[in-house]
Design a protein around this ligand. Structure first.
Ligand code: ZN
Length: 231
């Protein structure tokens, strides 16, 4: 679950590609339309949105994404928290994920409201998706058989407790990022790759592998009145 079209891949693309290669089904939920960062000001909103979706499909094909869902809320704009939470819970009931990845809503000084709101709404949805009295879509709710989400992982986190080995999958991630042409110039994509590579190496500095992605992995039980928290 991501605020913007590239967050999952920039934050955890190597991890996700490795999971997909190992046989996991991967479903992306993108909350905003991400129009604010589009470089070409001559495009209409509809044209820009179509390009962003196509670029995401292209990147997703590299990573091994099974499905893409867009909520198309206005990027850096106004939208309701509870409506967003309802739509996330609806998607959880449809997809029945074992595990969820999203942005850490408690990253210190994070100023982008989309990251704060999406990380928070995704986390609260994981806490509450099984409560039948939280209604989403009547058809989805009627068909939903309760299932267990085993945990979640935050990327873009300052407090990782896990470094995932991406030696075998980092090239897939870096190829996928090349799809994001509407928001990055070719030089921008090169700079992004260099920055990511440096960070991947730093995260793996104490590991038995060379490139890693830092994640804060939590169980669902950590998400409410977790008085023993060490994270
Ligand atoms: Zn973002």
């Amino acid at each position: 679950m991501q605020p913007h079209y590239d967050d999952n891949d920039l934050g955890a693309g190597g991890t996700i590609a490795a999971l997909a290669a190992a046989g996991a089904e991967v479903h992306y939920l993108t909350v905003t339309d991400d129009l604010v960062g589009v470089l070409d000001a001559s495009l209409s909103d509809d044209e820009a949105r179509a390009r962003l979706h196509a670029e995401q499909e292209e990147a997703g094909a590299e990573i091994g994404v099974t499905s893409q869902t867009w909520l198309d809320y206005p990027d850096a704009g106004e939208y309701g928290y509870f409506e967003l939470r309802t739509r996330i819970i609806r998607r959880i009931r449809e997809v029945r994920p074992d595990f969820v990845l999203t942005v850490d809503p408690d990253l210190p000084y994070e100023a982008h409201r989309d990251h704060l709101v999406v990380g928070r709404a995704a986390s609260e949805s994981i806490l509450m998706y099984r409560f039948a009295r939280i209604a989403t879509d009547p058809q989805v709710d009627r068909a939903y058989e309760p299932h267990e989400i085993r945990g979640l992982a935050y990327y873009f986190t300052a407090r990782p407790n896990t470094v995932f080995d991406i030696d075998a999958s980092r090239q897939v991630k870096h190829r996928a990022i090349g799809a994001y042409r509407s928001q990055f110039t070719p030089e921008g994509i090169d700079a992004l790759r260099r920055g990511l590579e440096a960070q991947e190496r730093r995260w793996a500095a104490d590991e038995a592998f060379d490139h890693g992605e830092a994640l804060l992995v939590l169980a669902r039980s950590h998400l409410h009145v977790n008085l023993d928290s060490r994270v």
